[in-house]
Design a protein around this ligand. Structure first.
Ligand code: ADP
Ligand code: MG
Length: 222
């Protein structure tokens, strides 16, 4: 039996307007990603990778088309409803990081769980932090971490609610090779555990590590 579909997008369109210019950032992109599958999104700068991920994660609303996450439609819903679906089902990992600077690593993970209204007794924050290789660093604030440690902490936050889908936009763009390899190893383990992993990246290492590569060009699937 094949794995259930975790992400489904049907004919996504997204337009942007700058003065009289119209940019067609997405022109009818459809895709499906199965639970446990790792999909790499590649394509030149400006091809629509970030726009696509933002629409899939409900951070942006497409001008046309629909997205379903774990069987629930996330498009054409009020922002609050999208945010709730995102908190419960989607982990979001961006290069710039998703860490709140005034909170410790452990507090960042706990905060992400509270946003998804997870019961507190299910929290094993220390185990979650250890799982990304940050054992013992839970009390550190993001500013006290190295770049590689911050990337691991950001991943712990993205995975705080054991999401069905992990969406990452250039997650290793600013990392050294060794750290990139470590993060890719963690993503592979996550996919093996059943999470659908979608990563937009220029990195050849990401494309190699993924199960499947989808190349975008000018807002469409190449
Ligand atoms: P990628 O991530 O592949 O580099 P993007 O999704 O960021 O591509 O951008 C796709 C196209 O949409 C580009 O032409 C970009 O300039 C345009 N674009 C993206 N976001 C906006 C925005 N908020 N306003 C105007 N144009 C945008
Ligand atoms: Mg981008």
């Amino acid at each position: 039996m094949s794995a259930p579909v975790a992400v489904r997008a049907e004919r996504l369109f997204r337009f942007f307007h700058a003065d009289d210019e119209e940019v067609l950032a997405l022109r009818g992109v459809s895709l499906e990603v199965a639970a446990g599958e790792w999909l790499a999104l590649t394509g030149p700068s400006g091809s629509g990778k970030s726009t696509l991920l933002a629409c899939l994660a409900g951070l942006d609303e497409p001008d046309g088309g629909s997205v379903w996450i774990a069987g629930r439609r996330i498009t054409r819903r009020p922002e609050a409803a999208r945010a709730r679906l995102r908190a419960q089902h989607i982990g979001v990992l961006y290069q710039a990081g998703n860490l709140l600077e005034h909170l410790t690593v452990a507090q960042n993970v706990a905060f992400a769980r509270r946003l998804a209204r997870r019961p507190r007794d299910g929290d094993d924050i220390a185990a979650r932090i250890a799982a990304v290789g940050l054992d013992g660093r839970g009390a550190a604030r993001p500013g006290e971490l190295s770049g590689g440690q911050a990337a691991r902490a950001a991943l712990a936050v993205a995975l705080a609610n054991d999401p069905a889908v992990l969406v990452a936009d250039e997650p290793t763009g600013e990392l050294d090779e060794l750290t990139e390899r470590a993060i890719l190893g963690l993503l592979a383990a996550r996919a093996a555990a059943g999470t659908a992993v979608l990563v937009a990246s220029h990195s050849r290492a990401v494309a190699r590590a993924a199960d499947r590569v989808l190349q975008l060009r000018d807002g469409g699937v190449a």
